[in-house]
Design a protein around this ligand. Structure first.
Ligand code: 5GP
Ligand code: MG
Length: 191
C-alpha cells in the first residue's frame, strides 16, 4: 500500500496545479521582464513549487535558498532558526522570496525583514498556498497560487512529520494519520 491511502481528499490536482503555475509564471515574467532578479526559495517546503515555477519563467534569473525552521512548542511562537544565502546573492538585488504556504505570516515577515537588512533592493513575496484565515501578522503575498481553507495540507513539497513532500498533488491527511502520530492537528481548529 502506498502512502496515498493516508489522503482524505485531494484539494488541488496535478492538472490544476500545472494550470495555475502557468498563469503565475506569466504574471512573474511580466513583472520582472526588464529586471535581473533573484528567486530565494524557502527550504524545504517550497522546493517542488520553485522548481516547477522557474522553469516556466523564460527570462534571466538567479536562484538562492534560505532555510527556516520554526519552533512551535507554544513557548516561542516566533523563534526561527535561519540560514541565509551569502551576502552577494542578496545585496542590491531584486528578490522574489518564495514559500510553500503563508499561514500566520510570521515566517515570511521575518525573512523579508532580514533580507532587506542584508541589502536587497526590493523584496516581493510569492507563495504557492495562502491560508488567509490563519493570519496573525498583517502580510499579503505579492503573488500567490491558491487560497486554501484552514486545514493542514500536505503534498507538492508540504510535509507532515517530514513525509508526503513527494505527493504530486495537495491533499488533506486522514484524521487517523494525525492520531497515530499523537498529533491533533487535523481535528480541531488550532490556536
Ligand atoms: P507561518 O510562519 O506563515 O505561520 O508558517 C509558514 C510555514 O508553516 C510554512 O512554510 C509551512 O512550513 C508551515 N505550515 C503552515 N501551514 C501548513 C500546512 O497546512 N501544512 C504544512 N505541511 N505546513 C504548513
Ligand atoms: Mg516552510
Amino acid at each position: 500500500m502506498t502512502f496515498e491511502a493516508d489522503i482524505e481528499r485531494v484539494l488541488f490536482s496535478e492538472n490544476e496545479i500545472r494550470a495555475r503555475i502557468d498563469q503565475l509564471a506569466g504574471e512573474l515574467t511580466r513583472a520582472y521582464a526588464d529586471r535581473d532578479f533573484t528567486v530565494v526559495s524557502v527550504l524545504k517546503g517550497s522546493c517542488v513549487f520553485v522548481a516547477d515555477l522557474i522553469r516556466r519563467i523564460p527570462i534571466p534569473l538567479e536562484l538562492a535558498f534560505v532555510a527556516a525552521s520554526s519552533y512551535r512548542d507554544g513557548t516561542q511562537p516566533e523563534a526561527l532558526d535561519v540560514i541565509f544565502p551569502s551576502g552577494n546573492e542578496i545585496q542590491g538585488r531584486d528578490v522574489l522570496l518564495v514559500d510553500d504556504i503563508l499561514d500566520t505570516g510570521r515566517t515570511l515577515k521575518r525573512l523579508r525583514y532580514e533580507i532587506i537588512e542584508r541589502g536587497a533592493r526590493e523584496v516581493k513575496t510569492c507563495v504557492f498556498l495562502d491560508k488567509p484565515a490563519r493570519r496573525a501578522v498583517p502580510l499579503q503575498a505579492d503573488f500567490r497560487g491558491f487560497d486554501v481553507e484552514d486545514l493542514f495540507v500536505v503534498g507538492y513539497g508540504l510535509d507532515f512529520a517530514g513525509r508526503y513532500r513527494n505527493l504530486p498533488y495537495v491533499g488533506a491527511l486522514r484524521e487517523s494519520v494525525f492520531q497515530a502520530a499523537g498529533d491533533r492537528r487535523g481535528a480541531a481548529p488550532r490556536a
